[in-house]
Design a protein around this ligand. Sequence first.
Ligand code: GLP
Length: 242
Amino acid sequence: MAEVVIVANEQAAGELVARAIRNLIVSKPDAVLGLATGSTPLHTYRALARLLREDSIDVSRVRGFALDEYVGLPAGHPESYRTVITRDVVEPLHLTPANVRVPNGAVDTIETAGPDYEREITEAGGVDLQILGIGRTGHIGFNEPGSSFGSLTRMKTLTEKTRADNARFFDTPDEVPMHCITQGLGTIGRARHLVLLAFGSAKAGAIAAAVEGPMTASQPASSIQMHPHVTVVIDEAAAAGL
Ligand code: GLP
């Protein structure tokens, strides 16, 4: 059963989760963080950058693994998750760039990119704390409905709903890639602590299905119910369906 924490707003959630990550890094200087993109974790990253700076915490050995990446965007594209993770996480937190990995979305090597990424995560000793957002389709990472609970990092096709939701980051909706590479539900489930964040009424249905609904591949986030250590941090609006 997930621990559900209802907070006043995104800022409060960011403070709470940032404190947990700060404490993890203090107790384990080479902690492995699972990183999410999207707008949901931005307050967490900002609060964490401030806490690390205030307390002069050494982060040179902290490692990170992003959940997912678009397939086929040119290197350096402003909306590739490699670019986003560098801009929103690596630079503000002053992490060591080589310590932070993102799945490789290059088309030429997409067949081997999944197994390569799995190996890297395993060699790092696994993820200590995985930050998760949730899509309106119930996706975590980019595991759209139909993803098997045992799935590992692989290429997936994005749903129209997800492409429409993410169109706000691109100049035109057509520019949103059709495909992605994402850690699987099985990969995510191996992290030692899952922290799922969601805010706003648009996420209420997905949160209710994830936390209390039947466990089903049509609601990929319901896979968190199998995990022994899950913390769900949400606002009142996202909690409305619980
Ligand atoms: C994105 C990402 C997910 C993210 C989710 C929600 O497309 N691939 O990792 O959690 O969809 O996004 P947002 O936080 O912007 O609502």
